[in-house]
Design a binder for this molecule. Structure first.
Ligand SMILES: Cc1cc2nc3c(=O)[nH]c(=O)nc-3n(C[C@H](O)[C@H](O)[C@H](O)COP(=O)(O)OP(=O)(O)OC[C@H]3O[C@@H](n4cnc5c(N)ncnc54)[C@H](O)[C@@H]3O)c2cc1C
Length: 387
């Protein structure tokens, strides 16, 4: 684990260097410190070992991100749970790790720690993992966990935590209306994110927040204060690096008088377990909730020749097709390298192509993208029932 940590540190350090160089080359001044508003468009910055500075901008962009939520469960904070930050700094494999939260962060770290040799238990309050996704995706991910020897405990609400993570912890919980007890050596808090918007004087700057603490923005990413913008997770944008970056492109253009908006943009994303899950556009659940009629294409990953050559046949791919225009409304896949396959579908979606363009395309054999031919050759004739 010390080696794993070293590799991670090297990767992060390289990335930080890239960004520091970007700053240098742009001519922008970078002030490392903790900032908070003390008035409209006015920020006080406290830096270690330097005098407090007050900075006033003609325009201000807030981009403070989120942090792991530590819920108010009795004893949880005192147990000093790991978050993803500390988990990535461990120099040892936890003997038994309880992961609170079966979302993206929890699942990626659960599988990694299991593969490093830890006993792992994932606890989720919902009745299935990544519960916002379609049921077949949740089931496939659950099956993967089971096959890797990860215990999954759903429908479970932690009521009390005793002990300290890193030594020993005892969790009392309600599961399906019965009381259970879980014991482990470490806990990882991965059950949601909290925006870093508290205690930074937003009220002094006229910047309002939502009931969940996210900064209120319009589709141009303007806050409620004139000439103050917010980008990324703190503004409630989907929690992905590429979306935060896209927010910046939107703000950069709008500051110069542009009219770019966040509405209607594509939000592709991946869960980087092995194999991975990727989605762009509508899921079946979302289509049904919105009463959107679609035809479904779905194939097991095992029919993709490349998957066979790699002995990576676990999973499936599916796509939703608009019943009238034959355009692709959404693509979800669980399987090896499906994040790369998704990009081909995304390009077709950007171009507004009918699904037949991919069905009839010639892809190199044997590539994962070639799997789009059997996928789009397998579109149901009858639309799915929506409400
Ligand atoms: C474990 C994990 C894995 C992830 N994996 C992926 C992935 O594979 N792909 C993906 O797309 N996304 C991934 N994400 C999400 C991604 O990291 C975030 O969506 C992205 O970093 C959000 O960018 P941001 O600019 O909004 O905020 P951040 O990147 O969080 O940046 C906010 C910055 O503001 C600083 N800050 C906060 N408050 C203050 C203050 N008062 N004064 C000064 N500075 C302050 C913080 O220190 C931080 O540096 C992952 C997240 C986690 C936790």
């Amino acid at each position: 684990m010390a080696g794993v940590r070293e590799r991670k540190r090297r990767m992060v350090a390289k990335l930080v260097d890239v960004h520091l160089n970007n700053y240098k080359n742009s001519g922008a001044e970078l002030v490392m410190g903790s900032g908070r508003f003390i008035g409209p468009k006015t920020i006080e910055v406290t830096s270690v070992g330097s005098a407090i500075r007050v900075l006033r901008g003609r325009r201000v962009v807030i981009n403070t991100g989120t942090r792991a939520t530590i819920e108010a469960t009795p004893g949880l904070r005192e147990a000093n749970p790991l978050t993803h930050i500390e988990a990535l700094e461990l120099d040892h494999v936890p003997e038994h790790l309880i992961v609170l939260g079966g979302g993206f962060v929890g699942l990626e770290l659960a599988q990694a720690m299991r593969r490093f040799g830890s006993r792992v238990t994932v606890v989720d309050r919902n009745n299935r993992l990544i519960h916002r996704e379609d049921e077949d995706i949740s089931e496939a991910v659950h099956e993967l966990c089971k096959d890797e020897g990860i215990d999954v405990v759903t429908n479970t609400r932690i009521t009390r935590v005793e002990g300290r993570s890193g030594e020993s912890v005892k969790l009392s919980a309600d599961r399906d209306a019965s009381a259970i007890v879980l014991e482990a050596s470490h806990i990882l808090a991965a059950a949601g994110r909290t925006p870093n918007t508290d205690g930074i004087g937003l009220e002094l700057a006229g910047v309002e927040t939502t009931s969940n603490g996210y900064i209120k923005v319009n589709e141009r990413l303007e806050t409620t204060a004139p000439d103050v913008w917010a980008a990324g997770e703190c503004a409630g944008s989907p929690h992905f690096t590429h979306i935060s970056e896209n927010d910046f492109h939107i703000i950069a253009e709008n500051i110069q008088g542009g009219r770019r908006v966040t509405t209607g943009r594509q939000v592709p994303f991946c869960l980087f377990t092995d194999p991975e899950f990727a989605r762009i556009g509508l899921s079946e659940r979302e289509a049904k909730e919105r009463g959107i009629s679609y035809r479904l294409a779905k194939i097991p990953f095992g029919v993709v020749f490349r998957a066979q050559t790699l002995s990576e046949t676990r999973g499936f791919m599916k796509a939703l097709i608009d019943t009238r225009s034959e355009r692709i409304l959404g693509f979800s896949a669980f399987g090896a390298e499906v994040g790369e396959v998704m990009a081909s579908v995304q390009v077709a979606m950007i171009a507004g192509l009918p699904y037949t363009a991919l069905r009839d395309a010639i892809f190199a054999h044997p590539t994962m993208a070639e799997g789009l031919i059997p996928l789009f050759s397998n579109v149901s004739l009858v639309p799915a029932v929506t409400r």
